[in-house]
Structures are given as structure tokens and as C-alpha cells.
Design a protein around this ligand. Structure first.
Ligand code: CA
Length: 227
């Protein structure tokens, strides 16, 4: 799946140029031209990285970053004006991963994007974070969020979701799920899988437009983000 980058930049000419270069590199790109729209889109989730200008109409970049960091750890690279040392310091204090100073060369920007994405991947691996689209599960901390919103799951719901995430895009039968989550010795109702899938959907799919947990008729269920 292509890496998705959100670019929040009010200089439309610069934004278009960066967008074209990023697409050329194989990234998917969405643009926002003001801080508030950018924040909404970033919080909507589904992005792998945010390129964030500081001087923006609506909310400025620092404020966007401050609000975004309440719920999201997505990599953020700030785009700063040449002499704005304070902005850089504030941005890094607020949790930006990196910054590039305007005017920047596209090669420098691309290198910083690659570095930030690499860091993120390594961190996720280390922290045992699983994700599917905008759904993120921190296995070690037992925390689930989607689009920046925390989701409370019971132990069994969490175990079921974890199995789906570890088998992303693979269709799992009811028997497989029963075995993985409830164990071989489970002697209760056989429709327990469907019941728990319904509970799970009620929390991680129903409140959202895009559905991740899909029914494969006559077979079972699959978690995927391209449905
Ligand atoms: Ca600007």
C-alpha cells in the first residue's frame, strides 16, 4: 500500500510543486491550505506522515501540532521560514520529528521524509503497535484508537482484534477464530465468534464511515483497509 502524506501548506504554488514531486516518488498526497482543515484531516487518520507549514491561516502550524499530539504520534515534519529559530525550537518541543527550512531542495525533503518514516516503522516494531488504516492497537499498553479516538475494548474483544490484526487481509474462518481466541477446549456456544465480531464492530467500525472488518459470506471474517 502506498504511503500517504498529508501536506498542510497555504502557499498553493509550493504545495502543488511538493505534491507533484511526492507523487513522482510514489507517495499518495492530500493537501490542506489552512490549519483547521489540516488538523481535521490529520485527526481523521489514515496518514503516515504530516508535512506542516508553520505560518498558516486559521490555526498556525504550532497550534495544529499541539492539538494533534494529544492523540496522535504520527510523524510530523515542520516547514519553517528561514530565520524562524524560535519556530523550530517550539516545533521540536511540541513533538515535531524534524523540520526543513524554506526554501528547501526537494531532495532534502525526501530524505527527511524517508528518515521519519523509517524511525516510525522501527518504533512501531519495538513497541508492538499493530495497525490497519487509521486503526492502531498498542499491544503492550493494551490501547486501541481509531482516527485519534480512544476505543475501550474488553479482554476478549481485544484478543479477537489482535488476531485479526496479526492476520491482516487473510480471511479467518469461525473455527480458526474460535481456536485462536477461545482455545481448543472451548465448549460454549458456537456463535460466540459472531457475537464478539458484532461487539467489536460496534466499537471500532460502526462509528466510522470506512469499515475495516468485513464478512466473507460462507467463510468467515477478514480485517482489511482497502474494502
Ligand atoms: Ca505559510
Amino acid at each position: 500500500m502506498a504511503t500517504k502524506i498529508l501536506l498542510v501548506e497555504d502557499e498553493e504554488k509550493l504545495a502543488r510543486f511538493v505534491e507533484l514531486e511526492l507523487r513522482h516518488e510514489g507517495y499518495e498526497v492530500d493537501k490542506a491550505f489552512d490549519g483547521r482543515t489540516g488538523l481535521d484531516m490529520a485527526e481523521g487518520g489514515g496518514y503516515d506522515l504530516l508535512l506542516l507549514d508553520i505560518m498558516l491561516p486559521g490555526l498556525n502550524g504550532i497550534e495544529v501540532l499541539r492539538r494533534l499530539r494529544r492523540a496522535s504520534q504520527m510523524p510530523v515534519i515542520m516547514l519553517t521560514a528561514r530565520d524562524a529559530v524560535m519556530d523550530k525550537v517550539t516545533g521540536l518541543d511540541m513533538g515535531a520529528d524534524d523540520y526543513v527550512t524554506k526554501p528547501f531542495s526537494i531532495e532534502e525533503l525526501l530524505a527527511r521524509i524517508r528518515a521519519a518514516l523509517r524511525k516510525q516503522t522501527a518504533q512501531k516494531k519495538e513497541e508492538n503497535v499493530l495497525s490497519c488504516g487509521d486503526l492502531t492497537v498498542d499491544v503492550s499498553r493494551h490501547r486501541v484508537s481509531r482516527g485519534g479516538r480512544e476505543i475501550e475494548l474488553t479482554g476478549k474483544e481485544f484478543a479477537l482484534l489482535q488476531v485479526f490484526l496479526e492476520n491482516k487481509t487473510i480471511v479467518l474462518t469461525r473455527d480458526q477464530l474460535l481456536e485462536k481466541v477461545w482455545g481448543y477446549e472451548y465448549m460454549g456456544e458456537t456463535n460466540v465468534v459472531d457475537v464478539y465480531v458484532r461487539y467489536l464492530r460496534g466499537k471500532m467500525d460502526d462509528p466510522f464511515d470506512k469499515k475495516l472488518l468485513c464478512t466473507v459470506r460462507g467463510v468467515g471474517y477478514v480485517l482489511r483497509d482497502d474494502a
